[in-house]
Design a binder for this molecule. Structure first.
Ligand SMILES: Nc1ncnc2c1ncn2[C@@H]1O[C@H](COP(=O)(O)OP(=O)(O)OP(=O)(O)O)[C@@H](O)[C@H]1O
Ligand SMILES: [Mg+2]
Length: 264
């Protein structure tokens, strides 16, 4: 069953990233927006952590801060003991849109992070990854010649090619059809199991979170706060058809109830 996960359960697991009292206020012309309020999370080394919550609850705000892409108003983010204030080579981010450059073919899109770092591309690693995600032979294709799922696979290869230890994913499969989304969820589970990366994955979908996560951080509406942290102890690898089992559906229902009945 679902187990509420306490904040001190990580004694035997090393902590990879720490979100410590994160708060964020945005100043806009029409006034201030309180997007995050005192959010603290310890992300364990090698875990698959999902952030789940309603639109506007601050999930992207939190992930962008974890990527060092924007600052917090209060609190801090650490990778190990290192404070994150700007993008870090160990941390890669994948967005809802694949964000491939339309004028570059697939191979040259994947090489972009190496160019930015003024490094030679690791072709052996890139070729292995392309094969792994089923894109071998598509290297000379342009983004417009690839399906949405293929583009998102390419963006996964682009992120993993530089071998980060943390992968931050902001609703990466939200724009895909249900069938492709299932395929991508299987793929990311397999890649995660093979590589041992630490993955922090945002989703609106309770079933996607239950399918993928070791733990789910359930966030409440604005200002974003942690409503619950839930362990998902379903065995792995999880097949797509697990989503129709009573065990799986019980977990989905329990989280739904948590969201419906959270104190305001
Ligand atoms: N750059 C910004 N300037 C002002 N307000 C912002 C900015 N970015 C986000 N916000 C506001 O902060 C709140 C949290 O936004 P955020 O994008 O983090 O939510 P989210 O949980 O990722 O939502 P969604 O699920 O729709 O992607 C929202 O009210 C949003 O309007
Ligand atoms: Mg978002």
């Amino acid at each position: 069953m679902l187990a509420a996960s306490g904040s001190s359960v990580d004694a035997q697991n090393s902590v990879k990233m720490t979100v410590d009292g994160a708060s964020k206020f945005y100043q806009t012309r029409s006034g201030g927006v309180h997007a995050l309020d005192d959010v603290s999370i310890k992300v364990r080394e090698g875990e698959f952590l999902c952030l789940l919550g309603p639109s506007g609850c601050g999930k992207s705000t939190l992930l962008w801060s974890m990527a060092g892409l924007h600052g917090l108003s209060g609190g801090e983010i650490r990778l190990g003991s290192e404070k994150i204030t700007k993008p870090h080579p160990e941390i890669a981010m994948i967005f809802q849109e694949a964000n491939l450059l339309p004028w570059r073919n697939l191979a040259r899109n994947i090489e972009l992070p190496f160019e930015i770092k003024k490094q030679d591309p690791d072709r052996e690693r890139i070729n292995k990854l392309l094969k792994r995600v089923g894109l071998e032979g598509f290297e000379t294709k342009y983004p417009r010649e690839l399906s949405g799922g293929m583009q998102q696979r390419a963006s996964i290869v682009r992120s993993l090619a530089v071998n980060p230890s943390v992968l931050l994913m902001d609703e990466p499969f939200g724009a895909l059809d249900a069938f492709t989304r299932d395929e991508m969820n299987l793929l990311i589970q397999e890649i995660w199991m093979e590589t041992g990366k630490t993955i922090i994955f945002i989703t609106h979908s309770i079933s996607e979170a239950v399918f993928l996560a070791d733990r789910i951080v359930v966030m409440s509406a604005r200002p974003g706060r942690i409503a619950n942290i839930v362990d998902v102890d379903l065995p792995r690898p999880r097949p797509v058809k697990i989503q129709t089992t009573p065990d799986f559906l019980d977990r989905v229902e329990a989280i739904k109830a948590m969201i419906d009945h959270r104190p305001s």
